[in-house]
Design a protein. Structure first.
Lengths: 223, 248
């Protein structure tokens, strides 16, 4: 049964929908936590420390964080593998293109594949930049996330990469949330307006919220 | 009307095809699109050329035989079948591109004719009921709520023309399969095979090499019978339900 599920195009789409919703849930939590940056280094760094003692005393130091990381990594991998396999199949299903073509789908729909690749690359850079500090510009300090964030957004390329990725994320969420609802069988005529409104609201709030951080650093609100 | 037609010509499945250009004069606005092609073919025959092969049957918009991607739209610019599309939808002097349905599951047989038997095999996988056939039974013997009857009919309108596959950027047959699944699954006559029907038809759809759904909505826009996009959502729901219920 499990094998049949994964072999079906519908099964793979359901995997994409569920993992996508997990990632949207994570983005909402991540945004709420990040907003603490507007309340000063004390509060933001304390939040960063709490992430490591999350779930204590039940969970050992950093266990809560690692559980979240493993779930997210599994979600990203399953999402990307399904997307890759489905895309390969989709391209094979239309070997000969039409001579007369016209752009029809919305921009968000057309950019799901490349947008997804951009987001995957962004996640790698984001972790190397602000979690491990490998590619961080100018003295990464473990345990001082506030200063690290300010350093990243003090470089032009840090801002460009981040803002482009967040715009891609917003469009991905816009089509992705609504599509996940259809894939999981939750859509119908009466609910459609509500589902589209939620998708748009999620996209706008997440994009604007995350972009407010580099803008805050650029304008000196966060320094 | 004077038209420039650019038509896909392909001798057989094994030889590569190409777009050929024809000038056609004296087209009436009251002609259907297929009648316009009949006029072209008569001219080609007189000139000793091979006429353009295209599928057609009832020419009343109910059989699903006609196809054609016209200027990039399956069944052309109006929401109807190609046979019910009239030349008044075009302007004098227009250039019209005419191509066959494009999908690996629908190989070109000749010119604008494609092999749609993949749809037949999807139907054979579960698009039927196992009740004994015979004379039409008493209509009131199996009561069907009005809402269910309307829902079934909305999906039963599918004529299996394949415009959904032709319009889909992924060459997916989701709208066709979902119309057939939902039509039968909502009715008492179709309920004994409710789970196996959706599982088997989706498995056959995948086996035929159709692409997957990315919810672009192109299929429902192209459908001459107005099968709604939510038909796909409903099939997804049926499929999820069936995977939980059926152990195999």
């Amino acid at each position: 049964m499990a094998l049949n599920f994964w072999q079906s195009t519908l099964g793979k789409k359901i995997v994409m929908g569920v993992t996508g919703l997990i990632m949207i849930g994570y983005l909402c939590a991540h945004l709420l936590g990040n907003m603490k940056i507007f309340f000063g280094p004390g509060e933001f760094n304390a939040y960063g420390h709490w992430l490591r003692v999350m779930g204590a005393p039940v969970l050992h130091h950093e266990w809560g964080l690692w559980i979240a990381r493993i779930v997210l990594l599994a979600a990203v991998i399953l999402h990307a593998v399904s997307a890759y396999q489905l895309s390969r199949r989709d391209i094979k299903a239309r070997p000969q293109k039409y001579v007369h073509t016209k752009p029809r789908m919305s921009y968000a729909t057309r950019t799901m594949r490349w947008g997804g690749v951009i987001l995957g690359l962004f996640i790698v850079w984001h972790i190397l930049d602000l979690t491990t500090g490998t590619t961080h510009s100018g003295g990464f300090q473990e345990g001082h996330p506030y200063q690290n964030v300010v350093d990243t957004f003090s470089t032009w390329y840090g801002n460009v990469i981040y803002i482009v990725a967040m715009l891609a994320m917003g469009m991905h969420v816009r089509h992705g949330f609504w599509s996940a609802a259809q894939t999981l069988g939750a859509g119908n005529h009466t609910r459609d307006r509500a589902l589209k409104a939620i998708a748009n609201a999620l996209a706008i709030v997440l994009t604007a919220g995350f972009i407010s951080i580099p803008v805050g650093v650029m304008t000196g609100v966060v320094s | 009307m004077k038209l420039t037609l650019r038509v896909w010509r392909q001798q057989n499945p094994d030889t590569p095809g190409a777009m050929a250009t024809y000038e056609l004069d004296g087209v009436s606005q009251d002609m259907s699109f297929l009648e316009m092609l009949d006029v072209l073919n008569e001219e080609l025959i007189v000139k000793g050329e091979e006429p353009v092969a295209f599928d057609h049957d009832c020419r009343e918009g109910i059989c699903g035989a006609c196809s054609l991607v016209i200027n990039g739209d399956a069944h052309g610019p109006e929401r109807t079948t190609t046979c019910q599309l009239h030349m008044r939808s075009f302007q004098d002097g227009d250039t019209i591109d005419i191509e066959p349905w494009r999908a690996s599951a629908f190989p070109v047989i000749k010119d604008l004719v494609v092999d749609r038997s993949a749809f037949d095999r999807v139907i054979q996988a579960g698009g039927y009921i196992t009740a004994p056939t015979g004379a039409a039974p008493e209509a009131h013997a199996a009561p069907v709520p009005k809402a269910d009857a309307d829902y079934a009919f909305e999906h039963a309108e599918c004529i299996g023309c394949g415009a959904c596959v032709a319009a889909c950027p992924n060459g997916a047959a989701m709208l066709f399969t979902s119309a057939k699944v939902n039509h039968l699954n909502v009715l008492p006559q179709g309920s004994p095979e409710r789970e196996t029907r959706v599982l088997d038809m989706v498995a056959q759809m995948d086996a035929e090499g159709f692409g997957g759904c990315t919810l672009t909505g192109e299929c429902a826009t192209a459908c001459p019978k107005g099968i709604p996009l939510f038909s796909i959502t409903a099939m997804n729901k049926e499929w999820l339900r069936a995977t939980r219920k059926v152990k195999r």
